[in-house]
Ligand binder design. Structure first.
Ligand code: DGL
Length: 265
């Protein structure tokens, strides 16, 4: 059987929310995932550092024979997509551009909120791409640096989560947005709380979903490989602490990760 071998990288475990969406639309593909746990978080690092990390992550995935690269990390997508596209000979899909099409489809008032890491907000990548596609749109981008630790530390107390969400989204609530982009891998995990805070009327966009839809649409034009080359459907590599990745990853994905291998770049 012919199958598509998809490489996915993220700064750590968060990109599994994107893998989940990919797997939903492309269940017969095989996946090699690299989580750069040793150098996480990317959201607080400079663009040049994130570009360097992204190139190294991509090179590693190329050595694993992937045929298409998904940059699951929004911070990496924001700053390194052009470099990756220029450098690699395989197709590269990030989270930003597919999200813009989704925004264009759902926005009614063209008042768009984007929540993301500091690095993503600072890069202006969402703001720039939205302006190209919807020049009349108003974009309100807000960094929510407490959301990633909230998810990674698996805080479950609703009171604490609601307090942090309320405080972080307060600047956006006054803006009358009709669409909100969850511009960070971890935020879809908090979606129900974000929805509760922002109200039922706004459209919430998950870039991971948009990215999976884009890849699904492209699938026909991509090369495939024979299934026996990859006996396992998923292979997970991390640059640090496979145990922690495995337990957090299982909570994110809702199924057991058979093996997580440690590798140094
Ligand atoms: N994966 C990152 C992103 O989507 C969040 C975690 C980090 O800061 O590395 O922007």
């Amino acid at each position: 059987m012919e199958t598509l071998h998809i490489g996915v990288f993220d700064s750590g475990v968060g990109g599994l929310t994107v893998l989940k969406e990919l797997n939903h639309l492309l269940p017969s593909a095989s996946y090699t995932y690299f989580g750069d746990c040793a150098r996480c978080p990317y959201g607080s690092k400079s663009a040049s550092t994130v570009i360097r990390y992204s190139l190294e992550n991509a090179q590693f995935l190329l050595t694993q024979g992937v045929q298409v690269l998904v940059v699951a990390c929004n911070t990496a997508s924001s700053v390194s997509l052009d470099r990756l596209e220029q450098t690699l000979s395989i197709p590269v899909i990030g989270t930003i551009k597919p999200t813009i099409e989704k925004i264009a489809q759902v926005t009614t008032k063209k008042r768009i909120g984007v929540i993301a890491t500091r690095g993503t907000v600072r890069s202006q990548a969402f703001q720039r791409e939205i302006a190209k596609r919807l020049p009349e749109a108003e974009v309100f981008a807000t960094a929510c640096p407490l959301f990633v630790p909230l998810v990674e530390e698996r805080v479950t107390h609703p009171l604490i989560i609601r307090m942090i969400i309320k405080e972080s989204l307060a600047p956006l609530k006054k803006k009358g947005i009709d669409t909100l982009v969850l511009g960070c891998t971890h935020y879809p995990i908090l979606e129900s709380y974000i929805r509760e805070e922002m109200g039922p009327d706004i459209a919430i966009i998950n870039p991971g979903k948009a990215c999976a839809e884009e890849l699904h649409a492209l699938k026909r034009d991509l090369p495939t490989t024979t299934a026996q080359e990859h006996s396992e459907q998923y292979r997970f590599f991390v640059s640090d602490d496979p145990k922690r990745f495995k337990s957090t990853g299982e909570a994110f994905l809702g199924f057991a990760l058979k093996r997580v291998l440690l590798c140094s770049l």
